[in-house]
Write a protein that binds this ligand. Structure first.
Ligand SMILES: [Cu+2]
Length: 176
């Protein structure tokens, strides 16, 4: 009984956070449920994959699916075994190639719709790998939306030779 009502509270809190950030104050975080498999996720990351890499940078792709009736914004992604994770967009760099940079304001996924993260487009950039990501390996990520919801996700590593866009933080630079 006690357990059930706690669960219900956690679920309605999670729903409320989606509607109003103000709900956070009195909520004793639904942290207690994190060890169980309760899914309160209204954003899913389908067919997620990561480019296998020994070191340096790599990128995560897949389909971000918003099943709510309001827009969601992904503002942050976290991955333990790297120095930094950024949300990137890719643009023509004006000299015939492609370059990528941090997407200001994050990724917006429209209500009831999807955003595809794919090579040559938006992607989650992992920088400063602390250990290799081998093909076939599954990595765990956390996605964080603008309302503070944390969504655990996994991505399977694939060998992939594309997605070699230059990284251009701030002003343009040439990669050589
Ligand atoms: Cu990138």
């Amino acid at each position: 009984m006690q357990k059930n009502s706690t669960l219900l509270t956690a679920m309605s809190v999670a729903v409320m956070i989606g509607v109003s950030a103000c709900a956070q104050g009195q909520a004793t975080e639904p942290e207690a449920t994190s060890s169980s498999h309760v899914q309160v996720t209204d954003l899913s990351f389908d067919r997620a994959w990561v480019k296998a890499a020994d070191d340096g940078m790599t990128a995560v792709f897949g389909e971000l699916k918003n099943t709510t009736d309001h827009d969601l914004t992904l503002v942050e992604a976290r991955y333990e075994d790297a120095d930094a994770v950024q949300l990137h967009e890719t643009d023509a760099n004006g000299s015939g190639g492609m370059s990528m940079k941090e997407k200001e304001g994050g990724f917006t996924i429209p209500a009831g719709s999807s955003l595809n993260l794919e090579p040559g487009g938006d992607h989650i950039m992992i920088m400063g790998l602390k250990k290799a990501i081998e093909p076939g390996e599954e990595i765990s990520l956390d996605l964080v939306t603008a309302d503070g919801t944390r969504i655990p996700a996994t991505a399977v590593a694939k060998q992939y030779s594309g997605a070699q866009e230059d990284y251009a933080p701030g002003e343009g630079h040439d990669g050589h």
